[in-house]
Design a protein around this ligand. Sequence first.
Ligand code: C2O
Ligand code: CU
Length: 434
Amino acid sequence: MTGFTLNRRRAMASGLALLAMPRAALAAPTVLRAAPVSAQILPKGDGTTAMLGLNGTTPGPELRVKQGSRLDVTFENQIGADSALHWHGIRIENAMDGVPGMTQSAVPHGGRFDYSFVAPDAGTFWYHSHSRSWEQVEQGLYGALIVEEAEPPAVDHDVTVLLDDWRLEEDGTLIGGFGNRHDFAHAGRLGNFARALVSVDTARRGDRLRLRLINTATARIFPVILSGASGKVVALDGMPLPAPREIGDITLAPAQRMDLIVDVTDTLRFDFPTRGDPYELGRIAVEGDNPSPIGTDITPLPAANTPTPGPADHELTLTMQGGAMGGRHSGDDIWALNGHSGLPETPFARFKRGETARIRLVNETAFPHGMHLHGHHFYETSEAGLGDLRDTTLINRGESRDILCVFDNPGKWLLHCHMLGHQAAGMKTWVEVT
Ligand code: C2O
Ligand code: CU
């Protein structure tokens, strides 16, 4: 695969105090103001990076809200270009979905937009620009959105871990050319410097942690090796697993999330595997011992109130086409879905509210794609039956997967690749629920 490799010299030379991850405010801020910021992405003492941020930082502030309560956020745009915010994974009212040209008008520079919605599911979500997202997310317009259970599981620390990469000059300058067609035709814009931005620096041996992993990269799939802790996976894409699962291989496509509950045994490390030594993304240092570890069994999180699919009312196929080394297709851009590049005038499918659809996602291209549906979660399926409930599914090159979804949320919803350059170069469509 082409693209940049991660800059190991910098990684190994670095101390680990990098971007200070903004702590959660006591109450979620009511204004998110997007504007240029200067960020310390490289180790302190190396250069700073001109980015875009929210309320003065990139990533933007972590928003926290209790399940079932309303989040009111006024978005103020001072970035010098149109923008809008999307609340990724929230089963939201359509008008609040943040998609310019589909659910709202773009917010111009100097403009504002009032977002107000109820967060129906407890879990790990995030927000990001959905306006020229391949450029604005890359420039830093995103943050974590945590929806808390009424009674969260007992842990010593609730930790957010944002995985991202950046393409930087040696002096920290963010390399431009966000719309680079060569990147778009391959794996997307991969960075040369990657990090796990961890909201907690230290823990005690024996502490129980909830780790909320979020892949905020525009293109990079993150495999993560976790060491220094043992525990279970308890949720994917904000949705609780019916039974906690052994950790196994951790892989997150862009936009995917994973919640784990773990007990600290040693310095906790997040590593990116490479052919040589692992590339350290981040760590939580150990300081002292917890005299009274929680130590109870890790039990399932309270089940989400999502609809159960019935027999499929619709059987559909969505074929991913194009890209470098891909076959021909009839679309007019690099990538296509069912022979069409970009948003078609009529939706890929129309559903009556509550209908179940089985959609076969077929990847005919030479690259993996992380396909994301707005406004709903869907089940991945296999021969064994229903699999995980997700909002973004990773389909490797040459593979296909059926998803099963109850379309119960009225409105116009995007269905697109979350490798944001692929989306920009044609890999997107939409559905309508009436
Ligand atoms: Cu996370 Cu259409 O987006
Ligand atoms: Cu893609």
